[in-house]
Design a protein around this ligand. Structure first.
Ligand SMILES: Cc1cc2nc3c(=O)[nH]c(=O)nc-3n(C[C@H](O)[C@H](O)[C@H](O)COP(=O)(O)O)c2cc1C
Length: 312
């Protein structure tokens, strides 16, 4: 029995990553209606809008969905109280210690997974009573641990120290990546970059096209000596930040112009190394159906190898 599916009630163990302004009801409901688990973001810190998006989800899908609480970005407890009373059954926490959030969320009957980039944080979260972990490898887009550890290694390292369900995030955009993650002990996968570039993603076409155009070397890890350390698409702007080593304070101030206006030099376009694998805009349903089908082809091949005690 897949524990992530038991925890969430989703049809498939495929999660659409929380992403500020992007992971709202248009994208999340398409993912849920295709059998995945859509997540509504709150990292935009637009509390009222995020609450409205959670309410909208109930009109757009009958399937379960989740909400992300990025601890460091929460202005107050308003969104926490709202979620506890909203009927939401699954929350991922990220960007900070989830310790004080676990008790109120669990008291409201909510399953809580926390996103971790290291074994040490995984151990602390398990001790604090977390139900599962999102294992965030360095291949992924968004905020990163500057001490980069790939999903390949991190999953194994965390699997060694805990038996809680693991969702692999970072570097996964299809059934091959999903099969690899399951081989390493994951019971679910989370995709960010793949869903930014999906048909239902609300971002400007230029952002999606930049992901399609990027090679496997098309992203940079920026600001490693300060906070936040991020992985973003290579542009003139991000190349200059990379060379300088530090990210100017106003880097995100015109993010909306990049996300929704299509000016790829206005800010930094968060994306992961799977940009080098993604070459078409697909609907959430296509992404999920193709991922599940490819996962089963690969796992059948693995099963046949095990049954025959050979290597294919
Ligand atoms: C555009 C973008 C925005 C993101 N914003 C968030 C966020 O608000 N909260 C969070 O927990 N993770 C955020 N992430 C990280 C994702 O949750 C996810 O772990 C990561 O995208 C997985 O790697 P992938 O991009 O290779 O699929 C973001 C990622 C991207 C690409």
């Amino acid at each position: 029995m897949n524990r992530f599916l038991a925890h969430t009630g989703a049809r498939y163990p495929i999660v659409q990553a929380p992403m500020g302004w992007i992971a709202r009801s248009q994208l999340a409901s398409a993912v849920c209606n295709a059998g995945g688990l859509g997540i509504i973001e709150t990292s935009s810190a637009e509390t009222e809008n995020c609450m409205a998006e959670i309410v909208k989800m109930k009109h757009l899908t009958d399937a379960p969905f989740g909400v992300n609480l990025p601890i460091r970005f929460l202005k107050d407890d308003a969104i926490l109280s709202f979620i506890c009373q909203s009927g939401v059954k699954f929350v991922t926490t990220s960007a900070g210690s989830p310790a004080k959030f676990i008790a109120p969320l669990k008291a409201a009957g909510i399953i809580v997974y926390h996103a971790v980039p290291t074994v040490d944080t995984a151990v602390k979260c398990v001790a604090a009573g977390i139900d599962g972990l999102v294992v965030e490898g360095s291949e992924g887009g968004g905020f990163k641990n500057p001490e980069e550890v790939s999903t390949l290694v991190l999953l194994q390292a965390i699997r060694r120290v805990t038996d809680v369900p693991l969702v692999a995030a970072g570097g996964i955009c299809d059934g091959k990546g999903m099969a690899a993650a399951f081989a390493l002990g994951a019971e679910g996968v989370q995709m960010g970059t793949r869903f930014v570039s999906s048909a239902e993603s609300p971002v400007h076409h230029n952002y999606k096209q930049s992901i399609l155009d990027a090679k496997e070397t098309g992203t940079l890890v920026l600001n490693k000596k300060a906070s936040p350390c991020i992985r973003a698409l290579k542009t003139n702007r991000t190349a200059a930040i990379y060379e300088a080593g530090l990210m100017p304070a106003d880097t995100f101030s015109r993010l909306q112009e990049l996300y929704f206006g299509g000016d790829m030099e206005a800010a930094v376009g968060l994306a992961g190394q799977t940009s080098g694998l993604i070459d078409a805009i697909k609907t959430a349903k296509q992404i999920i159906d193709e991922t599940v089908a490819e996962f089963h082809v690969i796992s059948a091949r693995m099963g046949a190898m095990a049954a025959a005690s050979n290597f294919g």
